[in-house]
Design a protein around this ligand. Structure first.
Ligand SMILES: NC(=O)c1ccc[n+]([C@@H]2O[C@H](COP(=O)([O-])OP(=O)(O)OC[C@H]3O[C@@H](n4cnc5c(N)ncnc54)[C@H](O)[C@@H]3O)[C@@H](O)[C@H]2O)c1
Length: 284
């Protein structure tokens, strides 16, 4: 791995997956979150996911232990990024929070450090503008679950340099992923194409076209999708889906991205999908 020192800010669903893959591939990883409890939980999750790979024969026990040893945790952002080659931010999808984090990262990280965001929908050009180094700011959009999914959507902001893009494409390959370069438009490619399908499926439930199971089965068996759109929405998190649709609707100004009222209602009820035990489907 040419990029040896990686810091990951946010140890939630995506952050712990990114830390897992990077450590497994030989990088020294610093994982940063708000509390020791959150970090402990993240490391436990990584351990369990590594165990699953060992059980499947994809990894041996020694490699599992070595990967875990390469992960350090801290609640101190400054010391966590001071010697990083690349920082990958994976905090919740809120523009104000991204601003706070990127302002702090710009101050704390070495001037050569690349600052990448795993944002699903916030403009990389805007995030670059929160810093004094927009040429070294880029989107690295991993898919969930990170250890399993092949794609990294690499998003160039308006000011992202060729060197930064090349380094991040190489890093993605070193992580065993397939990078695809796209330009900075709301939702990039993945969510611009995916979210209208999820939204339409939610509207179909609302209008009584069919039950969620039926809609998912039509898309699985009829279109050869590995997972139906509503099961996928539950996996992503309905709050995340709603956030992304709001960004698409606002930034592109087209009503075809207007979030389904049923999606809003579920989020208001706390039905967020798998993580809350109920979304379009139930997860007892
Ligand atoms: N969940 C997905 O399927 C998915 C897929 C691709 C991209 N993303 C994007 O990845 C990012 C993270 O999403 P997630 O699903 O992992 O969220 P999450 O809520 O699971 O995790 C976010 C983590 O960030 C931590 N955090 C919050 N404020 C912080 C701060 N100031 N400093 C350090 N840590 C802080 C939280 O405590 C939490 O552990 C978002 O931008 C999201 O849009 C999510």
């Amino acid at each position: 791995m040419r990029i040896a020192r990686l810091s990951v800010v946010g140890a939630g669903t995506m952050g712990n997956g990114i830390a897992h893959v990077a450590a497994e591939r030989g990088a020294s990883v610093k994982l940063i979150d708000l509390s020791g409890d959150l970090l402990e939980r993240a490391v436990l999750t990584i351990g369990k996911n590594l165990d699953r790979q060992v059980k499947k024969g994809l990894l041996d026990g020694e490699a599992r232990d070595a990967a875990l040893d390469r992960i350090e945790t801290t609640t101190d952002l400054e010391s966590g990024v001071v010697d990083a080659d690349v920082v990958i931010e994976a905090v919740p999808e809120k523009s104000e929070l991204k601003r706070t984090i990127f302002t702090a990262l710009d101050r704390a990280a070495h001037e050569r450090t690349i600052l990448a965001s795993n944002t699903s929908s916030i403009s990389i050009t805007e995030i670059g503008g929160f810093t004094s180094r927009p040429d070294r700011v880029i989107g690295m959009h991993f898919m969930n679950p990170v250890p399993v999914m092949q794609l990294v959507e690499v998003i160039r902001g308006l000011a992202t340099s060729d060197e930064t893009a090349a380094a991040v494409v190489e890093l993605s390959r070193d992580l065993g992923k397939t990078p695809v370069e796209v330009n900075d438009f709301p939702g990039f490619v993945s969510n611009r194409v995916l979210m209208p399908m999820i939204n339409e499926a939610a509207t179909a439930v609302m209008e009584g076209v069919a039950e969620p199971d039926a809609i998912d089965t039509v898309m699985k068996l009829g279109m050869n999708h590995p997972m139906g759109p509503l099961a996928l929405a539950d996996l992503i998190g309905l709050d995340t889906c709603l956030n992304i649709l709001e960004v698409l609707h606002r930034e592109l100004g087209d009503d075809r991205y207007r979030p389904s009222p049923l999606l809003r209602k579920y989020v208001a009820a706390g039905w967020l999908g798998r993580k809350s035990g109920r979304g379009f489907h139930r997860y007892p």
